[in-house]
Design a protein around this ligand. Structure first.
Ligand SMILES: [Zn+2]
Length: 152
């Protein structure tokens, strides 16, 4: 069966479930959306349903701790997960330019994290190592919250 690219692909859906199960305070920002990258004439990976937006605010200290931790996990595991690009808080990791670089696009991504999958990666449904790393992050954030009397 040919893949239908006009719908949300399996990997971003599965990754959203992992993130939201561990961090219910995160918001779903969408997967499939037939549109271009903001400020450009190139289609977004959302146009093929192979990107996930997670709503998190860099200006909110509690959310920034979670988002920075997730960004680290996604960039560490990018090749295993099958990612093409990860954008968060004026930083980007991409397959084309390895490593984390300043992001200079029109949207600074301070209100959401963008996780884009390769076409192959977008069809994956099991993410054991990601699940483990996200659960470890949740435990760490919980401990931090307890240690700071609920402030973090
Ligand atoms: Zn996005």
């Amino acid at each position: 069966m040919p893949i239908n690219w006009n719908r949300p692909q399996p990997a971003p859906q599965a990754v959203w479930r992992v993130v939201n199960a561990n961090f219910p305070s995160t918001g779903f920002g969408g997967i499939y959306s037939p549109r271009n990258i903001r400020g450009r004439s190139t289609p977004s990976l959302h146009a093929e349903g192979r990107a996930l937006d997670i709503m998190l605010k860099a200006a909110d200290p509690a959310q920034k701790i979670i988002a920075d931790g997730l960004f680290r996990i996604f960039t560490d595991l990018a090749h295993q997960i099958g990612l093409e690009e990860v954008i968060w808080n004026k930083q980007v990791w991409s397959q084309r330019h390895l490593g984390v670089h300043p992001y200079t696009g029109a949207d600074p991504h301070t209100g959401h994290m963008h996780i884009g999958f390769t076409r192959d990666g977008s069809q994956k449904t099991s993410f054991a190592l990601l699940e483990l790393r996200v659960a470890v992050l949740r435990t760490g954030v919980d401990e931090l919250r307890k240690a700071s009397g609920g402030l973090a």
